[in-house]
Write a protein that binds this ligand. Structure first.
Ligand SMILES: Nc1ncnc2c1ncn2[C@@H]1O[C@H](COP(=O)(O)OP(=O)(O)OP(=O)(O)O)[C@@H](O)[C@H]1O
Ligand SMILES: [Mg+2]
Length: 358
């Protein structure tokens, strides 16, 4: 196990700056998840840590060692990719043991590591099969097993579950969490999946255009996004945004609805008159209380029953918003709906800088 530190890490391809000076300290044993839009540099960063990509500037340390100049195999890291690339003609046992053989681990030691890892992943009965005789989820577990047997200092995962169907994703996700609890190795994990990020991470790193936008625990980034970008990126369905102006001590929306500042959480109550703001509201913070503190006048556009709850898409003053409502809620399309709102849960951002107003 080891800590990982990225110091002013840079990557350029010619004149194109892809990773723009990332600073990040990852603790020994920590589970860190990278999220961010496609092309923001997640895989590039992971590949630089693994040594599969040169770095343009800055430093990478694993434990006490600066590893900039070390070859991938000297870094004591194991990487699991989305396309797990197993050897098709080798058995599961041979696939898992191959890297140990190359590294000169004794047969006996290798065998016991393989058995232990296979046990942990529930693939002990599949050791004599070839990849072609396995399901997608089983193959993914073999790929993880292959990484585990190496007992590296750090695991790097690049969207390891994205080839799996929803049910398997859920299962393997839980296995990865259990695995981390058992062996406690430092993990850096890239995903597009909100649930994976929220459930697996000790800390989530939100990347945007090659820079870190925010780092925090799942709770911090979900409940205290520092920018419109983070608010909109973390959470599904996404946070709603509506423009408003502060007028006479209230947030005034384009449709005439108002929320008095005094109803907001402390800290947001002293925004000066005339300021243009972006109001952020999570879909679950609309309520259907008989006598809500606040109501917004909404025109229902689309209703999506999900079984566990109902998503209601509606417009207020030309902007489309989404509310997560109880499953029995089935408002009619086109109807005017009075939506309750918990004003203490509202987020406020400056309209110009898109940074939080706290
Ligand atoms: N060899 C290369 N030459 C030039 N540009 C590259 C090269 N490899 C990657 N890029 C660019 O670097 C940027 C970051 O790529 P990267 O693969 O790290 O993105 P990502 O965050 O992993 O995206 P995704 O979520 O789609 O996997 C992209 O704009 C990509 O086009
Ligand atoms: Mg990628």
């Amino acid at each position: 196990m080891a800590s990982v530190s990225l110091r002013k890490l840079e990557k350029s391809y010619g004149a194109l700056r892809i990773v723009k000076g990332i600073d990040l300290e990852i603790q020994d044993g920590e589970f860190v998840v990278f999220v961010g839009p496609s092309g923001c540099g997640k895989s590039t960063t992971l590949r630089m840590i693994a040594g599969l990509e040169t770095i343009s500037d800055g430093e990478i340390r694993i434990g006490e060692r600066a590893v900039n100049k070390l070859a991938p195999r000297e870094r004591d890291i194991a990487m699991v990719f989305q396309d797990y690339a197993l050897y098709p003609h080798k058995t599961v046992r041979e696939n898992m043991g191959f890297s140990l053989k190359v590294r000169g681990v004794s047969m006996k030691d290798a065998e016991s590591r393989i058995t232990e890892a296979a046990e942990m992943l529930g693939i002990g009965h599949l050791l004599d099969r070839r990849p072609g005789q396995l399901s997608g989820g089983q193959r993914q577990r073999v790929a993880m097993g292959r990484a585990i047997v190496r007992r590296p200092q750090v695991f790097l995962f690049d969207e390891p579950l994205s080839n799996l169907d929803a049910k398997l994703r859920g299962q393997v996700r839980t296995e990865i969490k259990r695995l981390h609890q058992q062996i406690g190795t430092t993990i850096i994990y890239v995903t597009h999946d909100q649930v994976e990020a929220m459930t697996l991470a000790d800390r989530i790193v939100i990347l945007r255009g090659g820079d870190i936008e925010q780092v925090g625990t799942p709770d911090e980034v979900y409940n205290h996004p520092q920018s419109v970008f983070v608010g909109g990126f973390v959470g599904s369905p996404a946070m709603n945004f509506a423009k408003a102006k502060v007028q006479d001590g209230a947030l005034a929306f384009a449709n005439g609805d108002r929320i008095p500042l005094s109803a907001l959480a402390a800290g947001k109550q002293r925004v000066e008159d005339g300021r243009e703001v972006i109001v952020g509201i999570r879909p679950e913070h609309f309520v259907t209380l008989a006598d809500p503190v606040m109501t917004l006048t909404a025109k229902v556009q689309v209703v999506e029953p999900l079984g566990s709850d109902t998503l209601v898409h509606f417009s207020i003053g030309g902007e489309t918003l989404t509310a997560r409502m109880p499953p029995e809620m089935r408002p009619e399309v086109g109807a005017d709906l009075h939506l309750g709102l918990d004003p203490t849960k509202v987020h406020l951002f400056d309209a110009a800088t898109e940074r939080v107003i706290a």
